[in-house]
Design a protein around this ligand. Structure first.
Ligand SMILES: N[C@@H](CCC(=O)N[C@@H](CS)C(=O)NCC(=O)O)C(=O)O
Length: 109
């Protein structure tokens, strides 16, 4: 089962939407950003960048929301959330996700 370490209305939203869209089992683990829990030793052991979100599945840990989204899309191909390798539109999916991460998320913090 997946665990998404998240904080509401922030960079976690895109991975959260994708988990919902995939209709798969996942657990939301709220990181208490108000008390700087993203810089705690336990969280830094998962995500040395000390930022939210982080996706955990068994022993696999992924952070950076675009990487999480693309990983989820690639590992659930039946959902058709990303075009196949080599398709011209595949780069546009990455472009949109990275643009959102670099430009849209920054103002919301
Ligand atoms: N590029 C990262 C940005 C993550 C990010 O900035 N998260 C914020 C929103 S919750 C955060 O962790 N801020 C707290 C901090 O930087 O200490 C991503 O897309 O995952």
């Amino acid at each position: 089962m997946y665990q998404l370490y998240y904080y509401p209305l922030n960079a976690s939203m895109a991975p959260h939407f994708i988990l919902e869209e995939l209709n798969i089992d996942f657990e939301l683990v709220k990181v208490d950003k108000d008390n700087n829990a993203q810089k705690s030793q336990d969280y830094l052991a998962l995500n040395p960048a000390g930022r939210i979100p982080t996706l955990v599945q068994n022993n696999s840990v992924i952070f950076e929301s675009p990487a999480i989204c693309i990983h989820l899309a690639e590992t659930h191909p039946h959902a058709q959330l990303i075009p196949q390798i080599g398709h011209k539109d595949r780069a546009l999916v990455r472009q949109a996700k990275l643009d959102a991460s670099c430009r849209v998320q920054v103002p919301v913090g």
